[in-house]
Design a protein. Sequence first.
Length: 292
Amino acid sequence: MTLAELVERSAARLEQAGVAYGHGTTCAYDEAAWLVQWQLGLPLDELATGGDARVDAAGCAAAEALVERRIATRLPAAYLTGEAWLHGVPFFIDARAIVPRSLIAEPLVDGRLDAWLGEPPTRVLDLCTGNGSLAVLAALAWPDAQVVGTDLSAEALEVAARNVARHGLGQRIDLRRGSGLAAVAGEHFDLVLCNPPYVPAASMAALPPEFRAEPALALAGGSDGMDFVRGLLAGIANHLAPDGLLVLEIGHERAHFEAAFPGLEPVWLPCSAGDDAVLLLDHASLASGRPA
């Protein structure tokens, strides 16, 4: 069997089983390509040029066993492989933290935040750092910046520490445990990145098993998804430099955000999930908006 045929067959199995995607892939074919090539020890772009290569019986059996495990457990593929990528940067991951996929990575990596910042930031806070992927991407984007990553979960911070070490950033990324802004009391930042728990209770109850396999602490945002965001916006102005910015991900919860904070007028940053999933607020608007 060729590599391409093995991927096609595996994709058909995933499609038939009705698994859910969204942890790095969006369809059965891409998920199958990831699992098969990872199991065979191939680069994840091998299929593009080497799809005609033959896979021996042992390789086919191993790849198909991994696909069957994906179906049986309904765990995200990243938890099965222990690795995920965000904008081409690899990260270690396991079930202690959510799979790297924050939409904030898009304006961070493509340089759009630089236009709003004016000068490169010297101090960056990644609030709710989870697996540490945004902290790592920020440190890579701004080589002179010191980055603080905070999270309430000690287990998530263990995953983040592995990723900081993996990318050799231990001297520039400080990981801390704390609830909300408590871990950075008295400190100020040029840029705060936050991908908080923002999934409303009704949506949490309807999540497919792949998403329920992730830590609920990192997803559940209360009845309207804004519980954490309320505390954040009430105090974040005290932690921003005069020209500082907050970049906040809220997914598909714009209506809930606007209902909770009618006095704020954020800038919405277009991304692959739409034009209202990531927002930007400056110090002045936060200080005067009097969020509820």
